[in-house]
Design a protein around this ligand. Structure first.
Ligand SMILES: Cc1cc2nc3c(=O)[nH]c(=O)nc-3n(C[C@H](O)[C@H](O)[C@H](O)COP(=O)(O)O)c2cc1C
Length: 182
């Protein structure tokens, strides 16, 4: 398993997670999939609205439906992942009936929880955002309120040989991402 070289020791799952384009043999166990989604639902959210929504695509038919909206380059490696989880958010389902400004923020946190639980259970993930995010909404109920943020490929890790050429993208330093006052 690749590991980020970091200044401080972090959770193993954070150190080891990266967006792979290689997936190994082996299915995603139903119990593990449910646990990943459960982890996602444990994320905090503004007013506890829990605006994240998921659609799990495991069948060829469901994947083909999503592929209609994806770029050709992504499909090539995504098909190797047994499960795809579409991550969405409901921007209108709120206690006060107003637009939920924090939906994408909260859904992003849910995706982070999902990815780390997947990693902990011995899976790898890769989220993509390159699809037609307007038209894809037409596949789902309440599409006026639904924003689709990503499609996450989930599968077992590929062999070290298969991933040997994959690089873990570097990060900006903590100093570099400090917001500075005017
Ligand atoms: C919302 C979102 C959209 C992304 N879209 C794509 C994508 O369309 N294609 C792709 O190959 N990777 C995509 N990625 C993966 C990022 O490129 C990747 O997370 C980033 O380069 C950092 O690398 P790491 O995840 O390996 O640490 C996306 C990630 C996120 C969170």
């Amino acid at each position: 398993m690749k590991k980020r070289e970091l200044e401080y020791e972090l959770m193993k799952e954070i150190e080891e997670r990266y967006s792979t384009m290689q997936f190994g043999e082996g299915e995603v166990l139903e119990e593990d999939l449910r646990a990943m989604l459960l982890a996602a639902t444990q994320a905090p959210s503004a007013y506890n609205e829990q605006p994240w929504r998921f659609y799990v695509a495991k069948t060829q038919q469901d994947k083909e439906m999503l592929m209609e909206y994806m770029l050709p380059g992504e499909k090539e490696w995504m098909v190797k992942a047994p499960v795809w989880i579409l991550l969405a958010g409901d921007v209108g389902d709120t206690h006060n009936g107003l637009f939920n400004y924090w939906t994408s923020f909260d859904a992003g946190c849910a995706w982070g929880f999902l990815a780390l639980e997947a990693q902990r259970r011995g899976y790898v993930t890769h989220c993509i955002g390159s699809f037609d995010r307007v038209d894809i909404r037409n596949e789902f109920q309440k599409n006026d309120n639904i924003e689709i943020y990503g499609i996450v490929a989930v599968g077992r890790p590929a062999s070290e040989e298969a991933t040997a050429r994959e690089k873990v993208p570097p990060r900006k330093s903590v100093n570099a991402v400090q917001l500075r006052r005017k």
